[in-house]
Design a protein around this ligand. Structure first.
Ligand code: GBH
Length: 457
């Protein structure tokens, strides 16, 4: 596939993202309650080198610095997440931690002051530990707790927020957290049931919060959806129907599991029901009532997707997993086209895309190449294929706590020195490149010989 010159449509939203536990630190500051990621990272053996998010990038104390980084990139949006237990320490509305509310107010107001639209994720994996203690996402009462938390956020921050995301990557939450247990809360005792139960409750919680927003806030405020993740699945032999079916089953199992109920009919895809209930002996997919299906169907104002990589699918072959992030730019174009077809030409936002390196260097040509190639494939999907892509978000603003991998993989456009108590941030080459791409709104033909310009240290 050739490089394609051209611009994204006017009004295209360039964005950059982070999440609360990965950057904030201040894990017990000013009355914050503990989350499952505090517990998990404080448990020896769960995280590479037993690292924790206790301090992370110390963003809880660095609103000004972070907002300045956002400003340097020239993005139109900044996507961050709210830590539920920083607002409600025990997960319930019984006590509001005002210091937490103040922190997010200050972040939101500082962004608005520089003309950047906040995109707010309500749940990026850090469930209040107090709720986990009574069963977490496996306990159906979490649906009401999430709705109350969401309602509070709509009421408190919503007059300044145009773009809400309920959950980040439900597949990762359920499978890694409640299936294989490599992420918090680390449950792996019933992989045939727990992930499906957690997913069921996430979908219900999402739908309930959506309906709350729709009823009380939407008219005066903005839009709301869920961010889902997948990898593009390419059939190894496109002429072999069982490889093609395996690839489709993969997409339906990872993504359709959540997108089918929300964007189609309030229910799981048939192929997933079949796969879970018939082919696996020890597993069971919960069932939505008819009323629940009606409540769930249509609960997203846009399609938000996190996409990093692709994999080859071969029928009935269990293959070893290499490094999860293989760089496959053309997979992004195929994924966007698949979403367009499968879900009836939805409005799509890429809410995460990026690459990690083990190297802290600020001269990150790999990341420049990555962004250039992936964004170019996104442009082709938008311009040549007619996909309704309205925004693109880089992951991540700065190096941060990369979950169970600790501080090893660095995804930042800015480097963070984790050995320095001040956690200084330094621009990488990729931040200059991204800024330039945004100023050009893509790859204008007249600048095909463009070089990276601007001050680079
Ligand atoms: C995103 O998930 C997350 O939303 C974001 O917070 C994160 O920083 C970013 O990716 C970069 O990783 O080797 O078994 O531990 C993308 C999906 C799921 C990819 C977990 C990495 C590690 C699996 N991620 N996976 S494992």
């Amino acid at each position: 596939d050739d490089f394609h010159y051209g611009n994204f449509p006017e009004g295209f939203k360039w964005s950059v993202s982070t999440s609360a536990y990965q950057i904030e630190g201040g894990w017990n500051a000013d009355g914050k309650g503990e989350s499952i990621w505090d517990t998990f990272s404080h448990t020896p053996g769960k995280i590479a080198n037993n690292e924790t998010g206790d301090v992370a990038c110390d963003s809880y104390h660095k609103v000004k610095e972070d907002v300045n980084l956002v400003k340097m990139l020239g993005v139109q949006q900044y996507r961050f997440s709210i830590s539920w237990s920083r607002i409600f320490p025990d997960g319930t509305t019984s006590y509001v931690n005002q210091a937490g509310v103040d922190y997010y107010n200050s972040l939101i107001d500082s962004l608005l002051k520089i003309g950047v639209e906040p995109v707010v994720t309500l749940y990026h994996w850090d469930l209040p530990q107090a709720l986990e203690d009574i069963g977490g996402l496996l306990n159906e009462t979490v649906v009401d707790r999430f709705n109350e938390y969401a309602d509070f956020c709509f009421k408190t921050f919503g007059n300044r927020i145009k773009f809400w995301i309920t959950f980040n990557e439900p597949y990762v939450i359920t499978w890694l957290g409640y299936g294989i247990g490599v992420f918090a809360p680390g449950i792996n005792s019933s992989p045939g049931e727990a992930p499906y139960q957690a997913a069921h409750n996430i979908i219900k919680a999402h739908a309930k919060a959506y309906r709350t927003y729709e009823k009380f806030y939407k008219g005066k405020q903005g839009r709301i959806g869920m961010t889902m993740s997948t990898e593009w699945a390419e059939p190894k032999d496109p002429n072999n129907p069982s490889d093609v079916e395996a690839a489709d089953r993969f997409l339906q199992s990872i993504l359709g599991w959540f997108a089918h109920p929300i964007f189609k009919n309030g229910d799981y895809p048939e192929v997933v029901k079949k796969q879970v209930n018939e082919r696996r002996t020890q597993s069971r997919l919960p069932v939505f009532t008819d009323a629940e299906k009606v409540e769930i169907a249509g609960t997203a104002d846009f399609f938000a997707i996190n996409g990093y990589t692709s994999r080859l699918l071969v029928f009935n072959l269990v293959h070893p997993t290499p490094d999860w992030l293989q760089i496959v730019p053309w997979g992004m174009r195929r994924l966007l086209n698949w979403l367009d077809r499968e879900y009836g030409h939805p409005t799509i936002y890429i809410t995460e895309n990026g690459v990690g390196t083990s190297d802290a260097t600020v001269d990150d040509q790999i990341r420049v190449n990555f962004y250039k190639a992936y964004i170019n494939e996104a442009l082709k999907a938008q311009q040549l294929d007619g996909v309704d892509l309205r925004g693109y978000t880089a992951w991540s603003l700065m190096d941060n706590f990369e979950w169970n991998s600790g501080y090893g993989p660095r995804f930042g456009l800015f480097e963070v020195d984790f050995n320095d108590a001040m956690r200084p941030r330094t621009p990488k080459r990729s931040s200059i490149y991204y800024n330039q791409l945004i100023r050009n709104n893509g790859f204008p033909l007249l600048q095909r010989d463009e070089r990276i310009t601007g001050d680079f240290p």
